[in-house]
Design a protein around this ligand. Structure first.
Ligand code: BF8
Length: 675
């Protein structure tokens, strides 16, 4: 019998670099990866398509009778929606259960990060570690009252400052209790504007403790429990608030107490920050407990000398993802890239070590690292990798500096193993980062009429049309960075000041939007004037994703400063996550919505297969909390939906006319006899 002819092996489909990203160094590195036959996320996004039913949120795999898939009929639904899973679960129930589970996972990720920070702070307060200290005592004193910890004592009828160590211990113990306390609700909820707190109380969504709200979702989404999409979302809301006004906010604050509150500083961003003649160490992940120590270790004379001994000119530290934002905002360490650039940092061939902890870390890093000398080091007990080339060095905060030096030394020792074929893209941009509630107060505050008076005044007089939070991930299903940049540029062109965090902030830095000079190039006349006068960029980098809590508090400060309503939902403000991909983004989106913010996601929302549930998020939420969800993949339309909302709020506040006056040119004013 003749042998069957074998069809020639098909070459795998590869990503087109120009279609995959708008960013030059990313395009260059995708090309290099393809030349070296190293597969990246961009190629996988071409060869593997997402599941259409999962994409719409209507696949239930919560029991072994399923997975039950409830596709929408091609021509839509006429009359009654009769779709059911084996148990009878409707599309609304299934989509709401899936959505709530995303919130639970996102809240768990942020809040468990917050817990690690609180545990370390407790160790500091108990003097069990010398490696961490209290760097911002003012912040400690500021937050203590929310935890019921007194900051003064009465001695002989006189009020005296209380001992800082006692305050620290009180705050640490009270903060730790937030994860499991009984009989009350979360301490930080009282930081929100009173009308918002009243709404939450009326709706019965005040979180009891952080862990309970996550467990509650896992229970009620188990087979055969909550089968009412509105009730499921009520708990989804409660859990999201336990994240934004709970675990994430505590994480941010205690990080500021231990590592210092950020203040504006200059740095750079993009893969071009790596240096050919230096030992390059990339830290990637989220919790700054280890990365803070790695920064200190890299700056130590002992390690610098050791690197020189090994033939390098020094040590270049860079970050990826939110770890990058943490060490950028406090130390000026430059980000090497955002979420979709993690593999590319290794593909330079010049990365001696990539050190990862938790969240947003690709397992494929191990496969990429195998092609080079790069040591991929996992450090967290809950985040290991199965591949054999991965080194696990478990980080213990009680021996923090010792562990950090061990890791840095490993990277330095690896310098001599670097191959000859390296390619570091030249691209990098200058940026100003490190903004926060306090620095906005400093730059845009006023001495007489309230903390955020200058900001409010400029919103009221129309120079600043409104405020937008543009945050979140990259997603390989969208063109890398394109949506972030198009939306941000469209907003600032229309005089909307942008607050940014997470990978969106790194993106803004990479594309040169985090400099004061960019205001003259990209902003409308009103925002450009304000930025030039106070010397700030039109896009303010507020940190990592847990630092979205800073946006909530900044919005609260704007409410407090007066003239723009009584609640966050009254503000001419909107939120956006243009290229979201993570469950954390859904948790963040829901706590923004429940705090009164109109929140638009790009790409898609996993609710399209359940139109009634979708309407609950896109319409009903506004009647309950003042904020609502929306989705718009087209970036220009996306920005204009946000602007339309801002204009609607300006009208409701009666300040829409002021803006028309401000944007008139001299001739218009003269025609009206105004000048
Ligand atoms: O928490 S923005 S890709 S790095 S999830 Fe992840 Fe998304 Fe980046 Fe930070 Ni946030």
């Amino acid at each position: 019998m003749a042998e069957a002819k074998q069809a020639p092996a098909k070459a795998p489909k590869l990503a087109d670099p120009m279609e995959a990203s708008i960013e030059a160094s990313t395009q260059e590195m995708i090309r290099r990866a393809q030349r070296l036959q190293i597969e990246t996320v961009f190629d996988r996004a071409v060869t593997m398509k997402p599941c259409a039913i999962g994409l719409q949120g209507i696949c239930c795999k919560n029991c072994a009778m399923g997975p039950c898939r409830l596709p929408l009929p091609k021509d839509g639904i006429e009359g009654e929606d009769t779709r059911k899973g084996l148990c009878g679960a409707t599309a609304n129930t299934i989509a709401a259960r899936n959505f709530a589970r995303m919130i639970a996972a996102g809240a768990a990720a942020h809040s468990d990060h917050g817990r690690s920070v609180a545990e370390t702070f407790l160790a500091v307060a108990r003097k069990e570690t010398n490696d961490y200290t209290i760097k911002d005592p003012a912040k400690l004193i500021q937050i203590a009252p929310y935890f019921g910890v007194a900051t003064t004592v009465e001695v002989d009828g006189k009020t005296m400052d209380r001992d800082l160590d006692e305050i620290a211990l009180g705050v640490a113990e009270a903060a730790m209790a937030e994860w499991g306390k009984t009989g009350s609700t979360l301490a930080y909820l009282k930081r929100a504007p009173q009308p918002l707190q009243d709404k939450w109380k009326e709706q019965g969504v005040l979180p009891r403790n952080i862990d309970r709200e996550v467990v509650d979702i896992m229970h009620r989404t188990h087979m055969g429990v909550d089968q009412d999409f509105k009730n499921l979302m009520k708990q989804g809301t409660r859990c999201s608030l336990a994240d934004g006004w709970g675990g994430a906010m505590i994480g941010t604050d205690l990080q500021d107490v231990m590592f210092g509150s950020p203040s504006p500083l200059q740095s750079e961003a993009n893969l071009g920050i790596m240096k050919e003649d230096h030992v390059n160490i990339i830290v990637h992940g989220h919790e700054p407990l280890l990365s803070e120590m790695i920064v200190a270790a890299c700056q130590s004379q002992e390690m610098i000398d050791y690197a020189k001994e090994k033939g390098a000119k020094g040590i270049q530290l860079g970050g990826i993802c939110c770890t990058a934002n943490e060490i950028l905002q406090r130390h000026g360490v430059p980000p090497a890239g955002n979420y979709l650039q993690q593999e590319l940092a290794i593909i330079t061939g010049a990365c001696e070590a990539m050190v990862v902890d938790v969240q947003c870390v690709f397992q494929n890093l191990a496969n990429v690292a195998k092609c080079f000398h790069t040591k991929l080091i996992t450090t967290h007990p809950m985040a290991k990798m199965e591949q054999e080339n991965v080194v696990h060095i478990e980080f213990d905060e009680h021996y923090a500096m010792q562990d950090a030096k061990r890791i840095v030394k490993l990277a330095i020792d690896n310098f001599e193993n670097r191959g000859a074929d390296i390619m570091i893209p030249r691209h990098k941009m200058k940026q100003i980062a490190g903004f926060g509630v306090e620095s906005i107060r400093y730059h845009l505050g006023g001495s007489f009429r309230g903390d955020y008076y200058t900001l409010n005044d400029n919103i009221i007089n129309g120079r600043i049309r409104g405020i937008a939070g543009v945050v979140g991930c990259n997603n390989a299903r969208t063109k890398h960075n394109e949506e972030h940049i198009t939306i941000i540029k469209e907003l600032i062109k229309n005089d909307v000041i942008v607050l940014t965090t997470g990978c969106s902030a790194i993106t803004a830095g990479i594309h040169g939007l985090l400099t004061p000079e960019s205001a003259a190039v990209h902003c409308g006349p009103g925002l450009a004037e304000v930025c030039e006068t106070v010397g700030i960029p039109p896009v303010l980098h507020l940190g990592s994703c847990v630092d979205n809590s800073r946006i909530l508090l900044a919005a609260t400060e704007v409410v407090k400063a007066g003239g723009l309503g009584n609640d966050i939902c009254d503000l001419p403000a909107a939120g956006s996550a243009p290229e979201w991909m993570s469950e954390k983004a859904i948790a963040i989106g829901q706590y923004f919505v429940a705090s009164g913010v109109y929140t638009v996601f790009g790409y898609h929302m996993p609710v399209d297969g359940a139109p009634v549930f979708r309407d609950h998020l896109y319409k009903d939420m506004e009647k309950i909390y003042g904020g609502k969800w929306d989705c718009e993949p087209d970036p220009i339309k996306h920005a204009h939906k946000m602007i339309a909302h801002i204009d609607k709020k300006r009208k409701e506040l009666g300040i829409d006319k002021a803006r028309e006056r401000v944007l008139m040119d001299m001739a218009d004013r003269q025609a009206l006899g105004m000048d």
